[in-house]
Design a protein around this ligand. Structure first.
Ligand SMILES: O=C[C@H](O)COP(=O)(O)O
Length: 255
């Protein structure tokens, strides 16, 4: 945690979720009480097919809703793509960009991720920019070098704490049940904080830095207590309301 930074717990449903799962979104939205809402922001990013219904379910609750990607343009001849403006039109407030699965599956490089983040910001969304090293990069001692390069290449100039959130997701920790040691996470987040503060000054000091990769109810408290970890980006454990809410609960007794 970072004093004076409001934590964000974000759920990324990835390519999961059918209409029959809308009850999970409703359960999450309806379970966020005033005490928890006062302490943290809680965000859910369902697949695009459920986005508009999700924002309707979240209306008049503290649940925030976002998307998992956006295009670099706001409209045009891009079959199958969805723009940041369309996400905002569906009342989404966030867009994840540069998730490692998109970097791998769709060949998205840092320049593309930066353009997507810029498109999100231009549509008044907050961009959650994902970065993280592969297993091979960690084993060869290049983690911080990779994070520095990705921050430089993926985060737009002029980013502020309002417009950008950074999610550190070691690729090898995603969906594997493995997590870095608390010391390794602390080192990575301290590095990101220094880098962002050097580049963005006071805004970099306030930017939210999430940890993602096998966050579960059982390890959330330990992970969220690490210095400069201002929340979580949760994959698998966000699919069930009871698990996602248990992760959010890690904050109830803190602050
Ligand atoms: O966006 C979420 C991350 O990729 C983490 O996924 P996971 O919690 O299933 O490891």
């Amino acid at each position: 945690m970072t004093p004076d930074i409001r934590p964000l717990v974000a759920g990324n449903w990835k390519m999961n979720g059918l209409r029959s799962d809308l009850d999970q979104i409703k359960a999450i939205a309806d379970s966020i009480d005033a005490e928890l809402a006062e302490k943290i922001d809680i965000l859910l990013c369902p697949p695009m097919t459920l986005l508009y219904v999700a924002t309707a379910l979240a209306e008049d609750t503290a649940l925030l809703v976002g998307a998992q990607d956006c295009h670099t343009s706001q409209s045009g001849a891009h079959t199958g793509d969805v723009s940041a403006q369309m996400i905002a039109d569906c009342l989404g407030e966030f867009a994840i960009v540069g998730h490692s699965e998109r970097r791998t599956d769709h060949g998205e490089d840092d320049a593309t991720v930066k353009a997507k983040a810029q498109a999100a910001i231009s549509a008044d969304l907050t961009a959650i920019v994902c970065i993280g090293e592969t297993e091979e990069e960690r084993k060869s001692g290049r983690t911080l070098e990779v994070l520095g390069r990705q921050l430089e290449g993926s985060v737009p100039g002029g980013a502020t704490a309002e417009t950008v959130v950074i999610a550190y997701e070691p690729v090898w920790a995603i969906g594997t049940g493995l997590t870095p040691t608390p010391a390794d996470i602390e080192e990575a987040h301290a590095f990101m904080r220094r880098t962002l503060a050097d580049r963005y000054g006071a805004e970099g000091e306030k930017m939210r830095l999430l940890y993602g990769g096998s966050v579960k109810p059982g390890n959330a408290s330990e992970l969220m207590a690490i210095a400069n970890v201002d929340g979580a980006l949760v994959g698998g454990a966000s699919l069930k309301a009871v698990d996602f809410l248990a992760i959010c609960e890690a904050y109830r007794t803190q602050h």
